[in-house]
Design a protein around this ligand. Structure first.
Ligand code: URA
Length: 447
């Protein structure tokens, strides 16, 4: 096949014929379409969008690029959640064991850091020894006995997403409704789920900051889930500030562990509980929202999810002692506290510059296959609404060198805006602003 007409059709916005698109995507997976040709195609889609027929074919090709799991033998509903990507988003680490404790089976397939956002796989791999590449037999064995297991896209499941995801991350081709929707939904549908909860991020730190685009992305994914018979709900959640107070792989593991201990930042706990509530509703184990939430609170505070997480960490090769002793997690030689130079209320903490600073510190990738530094990042970050005296901390930079720390400290200083307003006057997005189900969909799926 000649890949050039497909790239031209994408560039001109005429949309490639779905059969040619399919041949192009397969050709890439089989080594007949080069990385540079795929990069050009992806950029054309970012700029020109993709039609409904093409998107639907892309999802099918990605979904069937590997096996589709049949987990129907499991004695409970199979439900997962996926986020569209945010800064400080460590939700999956606490949510998966919590949902499993609530009687759901969570076959979680996640990704690595993408653009300025972190990825669950990189966070998990910050736990010494943790293996995210399991063969399917081992994955299913852990899932069956513990109720959840966490892996990356493999050569066996969603291999085309694995390749495209990594390429998009280093070619500035993430922010696109069809590309995000195809990436997320192909791997989630390959998990053989009955229910799916999507955490669609909104605000300046999201890939698609404009609210209409966020909502269009949510609706597109809910429609794809519905077309495939998977009961899908999307919550639109705030990404106009980082989630929690830590950004960076090992630092986020610590914060997720705090959440599992019933501690940690209130916003993280709230998102975890909201998503766990939705997972029970789409899984059909609970019918009543308030009761589902109460159960999630009881389960989280009972400590079971932390023990379950520990068992899964051990079975996936991770050091379980590192969960109790943060000294065993990777750490940097340099820590630099950044202080406020005036008193006032924190009005804004911009997530995207902080996410990009973590990449610059070595915590994310700028080239395909790059090794990352799991220890770098920010901890103790100020949040909107915090009231600071001059000299109070805006956060702590964790870096490999003093020079890198100074650069990241500058980014932190300009990301945090402090003003005179009262804490109650701070205008941030609501933590959860919308809930979208198939029943709410309009007839057309945006391209
Ligand atoms: N998460 C994914 O899995 N894919 C995307 O494109 C964005 C977020």
């Amino acid at each position: 096949m000649n890949p050039i007409p497909v790239i031209e059709a994408a560039r001109d916005g005429t949309g490639p014929n779905p059969d040619e698109l399919e041949a192009f995507l397969r050709g890439y997976l089989e080594g007949r379409v080069e990385e540079y040709q795929m990069s050009a195609f992806l950029m054309a889609i970012v700029l020109r969008g993709m039609g409904r027929e093409q998107l639907s074919r892309m999802v099918e090709v990605m979904l069937h690029s590997g096996r589709v799991l049949d987990l129907s033998h499991l004695p409970g509903p199979r439900v997962d959640k996926h986020s569209t990507g945010g800064v400080g988003d460590k939700v999956s680490l606490a949510l998966a064991p919590l949902a499993a404790g609530l009687g759901l089976f969570v076959p979680m397939m996640s990704g690595r850091g993408l653009g300025h956002t972190g990825g669950t796989l990189d966070k998990l791999e910050a736990i010494p020894g943790f293996r995210t590449q399991l063969d399917l037999a081992e994955f299913e064995a852990i899932l069956t006995s513990e109720g959840f297991a966490m892996i990356g896209q493999t050569e066996e499941i969603a291999p085309l997403d694995r390749r495209l995801y990594d390429l998009r991350s280093v070619t500035a081709t993430v922010p696109s409704i069809p590309l995000i929707a195809a990436s997320i939904m192909s791997k989630k549908l390959a998990e053989g789920l009955g229910g799916l909860v999507l955490d669609v991020k909104a605000g300046s730190g999201a890939f698609l900051p404009a609210e209409e685009e966020t909502l269009a992305l949510a609706r597109t994914m809910v429609a794809i889930g519905d077309d495939h018979g998977v009961s899908t709900v999307a919550l639109v959640t705030a990404m106009d500030r980082p989630l929690g107070r830590s950004v960076g792989n090992a630092l986020e593991v610590e914060e997720a562990l705090a959440c599992l201990r019933g501690e940690g930042p209130a916003d993280l706990r709230e998102i975890v509980l909201s998503l766990a509530t939705e997972m029970q509703l789409v899984g059909g184990t609970m019918q009543e929202r308030d009761r589902a939430r109460e159960r999630a609170v009881e389960e989280l505070d009972g400590g079971g999810p932390l023990e379950r997480f520990r068992r899964v960490v051990e079975r996936q090769g991770g050091d379980p002692k590192s969960l109790d002793d943060p000294g065993r997690l990777p750490a940097t030689p340099v820590r630099l506290a950044v202080e406020a130079d005036r008193e006032g209320t924190v009005l804004e903490v911009e997530p995207a510059p902080l996410g990009r600073a973590v990449v610059e510190l070595g915590g994310g990738r700028t080239r395909l296959g790059q090794e990352i530094d799991p220890a770098v990042g920010f901890s103790g970050l100020a949040q909107p609404g915090d009231v600071l005296a001059s000299g109070d901390r805006l956060g702590v930079v964790h870096a490999r060198s003093g020079d890198a720390a100074i650069l990241a400290a500058e980014v932190l200083r300009s990301a945090v805006r402090v003003g005179e307003e009262e804490a109650g006057e701070v205008r941030s997005r609501p933590l959860v602003s919308h809930r979208i189900t198939a029943a709410d969909l309009e007839t057309s799926v945006p391209g």
